[in-house]
Write a protein that binds this ligand. Sequence first.
Ligand code: DPP
Ligand code: ZN
Length: 844
Amino acid sequence: PNTVYLKDYKSFGYLVDQVHLTFDLSPNATRVTSRIAFSPNPETEDRSFFLHGEKLRLIRAAIDGTAVSPEITAEGLRVAAPDAPFVWEAEVEIDPANNTALEGLYMSNGMYCTQCEAEGFRKITYYPDRPDVMSTFTVRINGDLPVLLSNGNPVQRGEGWAEWHDPWPKPAYLFALVAGDLVAHSDSFTTISGKSVDLNLWVRPGDEHKCAFGMEALKKSMKWDEDTYGREYDLDVFNIVAVDDFNMGAMENKGLNIFNSSCVLASPDTSTDANFERIEAIIAHEYFHNWTGNRITCRDWFQLCLKEGLTVFRDSQFTSDMRSAPVKRITDVIDLRARQFPEDNGPLSHPVRPESFQEINNFYTATVYEKGAEVIGMLKRLVGDAAYAEALDLYFARHDGQACTIEDWLKVFEDVTGRDLSQFKRWYSQSGTPRLKVEEEFSEGTYTLTLTQHTDPTPGQPDKQPQVIPVAVGLLSPNGDEVVPTRVLEMTEGTQSFTFEGLAAKPVPSILRDFSAPVIVERETDTAERAFLLAHDTDPFHRWEAGRALARETLVEMATGDATPLPDYLDGIRTLLRDKSLDPAYRALMLGLPGQSELAGHLHEAGITPDPAAIWIAVEDLKQALARDLQDMLPDIYAEAQVDAPYAPDAEQSGKRALGAAALDLISRLDGGKQAAAQYEAADNMTLQLSALGCLLGAETGDAQLAAFYDQWKDDRLVIDKWFMLQIMKAKPDRAAAVAKALTEHPDFTWKTPNRFRAVFGALAGNHAGFHDSSGAGYDLLADWLIRLDPLNPQTTARMCTAFQTWKRYDAGRQEMIAAQLDRIAATPDLSRDAGEMISRIRG
Ligand code: DPP
Ligand code: ZN
């Protein structure tokens, strides 16, 4: 397979001045007629004319009206073109109904829709399908369907046809078309300069009642981007479409965002608080792309983090503003550790800006997105809020309408601040998670922190250079008062010391407050100090972190010996839970435990081979101990967490419900599910219903409710996804693969729909002890289904291969079994480039 390198970037020989497309829709034989005005690109002499195109049947092609016969390969076509402006015309035929890969133009429940990022447009027609080729598009759709949508503004429409024009030059990956029997939930937004924008959320008939929340989220996002970044919307309409079959979460096509229905449709009956929060964030994310992604796009796909890291950073700022900033920060860090750290420290490790790939779809990763956002957070912390705002203004002013690079991005910060960011740029080029070793010294009122950074080798990068690390530090006196408020230490060397003077006594440091850098802090510390920070730290993130560290310490001891839970941990949690001045959401987070996969990672790093079964037992035992220890206060906490007001998915109510769910989980370990059964009966929203059902399944008493749940929701595909997922997540380790297997035989296992496939196999991979059960049944089942899905949907297959990425942590027996599965997948005839690349990188 071909490897593409960043260093080989060359601009295209032609500019595209205008694109005109006509679609004659038909499920198996859609005709796409293109008329494209090209002119020579003054930036290059190279006039070779290659257009990308895959799985297209070319019917005719012409240059300036004269028929041509291009040379056609599996990747595209080549033909001699004039060294002067010309018009290219082509007619191709495609088969959307059989497009199961869900890239290009495809069908979902009778509706036509598109997904063109990254390289899907080449499955629609011949085109220079690269993000630095930008053009205005005019699109005519002929089709016997009530709703016909494309990018930009509507021009004209009649019975069976519609025409759209997008005045903003865009790359082909932002093209979109939707046609179907859809209904709109409509509203409008008046922009800061007084322009009225029509807003529509298009859904299948029957889903109308699930639109209101998404629409409100959109309006909030539009307002926030004006208030916070000075960004105004730039078309007369903004359309969002919900589609059931979708490989990703959502897509920011210009003026026509397309969403996986799970990321936009919401109602209190069918969606959990977590679903609502996620939907709000994704709507914001896609909307924010209008400026960071669409108006300013990427020069090439290596620069993906230019738009994704920045847009994730922006959507997390939005969520912090709409909800609770500390809670958002903590949940982002939990997520980063669960998804990005294993990637950064395993065989799939790659820089935030990768330097090569075989299949770009494999690089829509937690590293590009979430670490990419962390890098922007660090930059903002280093230059300060005012300079960040100024740099962003300059970025928008300087680069509007352009396809840019990370160099362009950093340059605006250099120009605004006068700083040299060449060392900072290593965050974009070096992969791996830096480790920060901390040593301390105290004498005569002076406290010295010595920090040493080190990053382990990662694939292709044996040696690492020191990075710029902003380390936010505060100091507490032994009586618990803060003696030095948060200060950002800017680390640039391999080893560096920082001093604090005039201290009366040796302080207790609170290091990496607010998780100021995506690093791992390594510090010799003890239980007592963690307990002290858990009780006294003023930084909400770091206070949580202290509790997390205690939980991890006790779980590691329990999983590797016959230790009992640390009294310091139990006491600390008890005190915190009782503190009603703390946000219920925050207390709920405090009750959470590190994930089992995360614990396995910790053991592995400590040189201990993790035993998934032992980790599972340790977690169960600790929960049991917590339940017993907190027994007297759990009823109170549960009562405090009840919401009297009508359901609202806001931060306050969801915080309470999260605390209630955490309490119910513990209560169910004592009462065998009695309280959970009562909650299940009384529940009038999905959050309460699902958390109760989870507890019942955990207590192995939920069969009746599980069946009732299915009957109640069998017509709601998004709820049925939850039904599939929950059973596998809650299955005991030795049963997980069997439960998953049985569910693959259920008539509702519509495995070609990525959401359903992920509901089953995402849950299986997420049941750490179940997936890694020593029988190997979990590995076997997943491999079977990856092999089966790959010919139909390579993208989703490749994504699910990541379940195997941590395989080298485990014992020889498990490694051998996983290696055999990886080899079996690799040996599959005609394995896709997507899955092939992933498996070979994971196998190493
Ligand atoms: N560009 C899309 C997004 O991140 C890809 N899913 O929003
Ligand atoms: Zn994005």
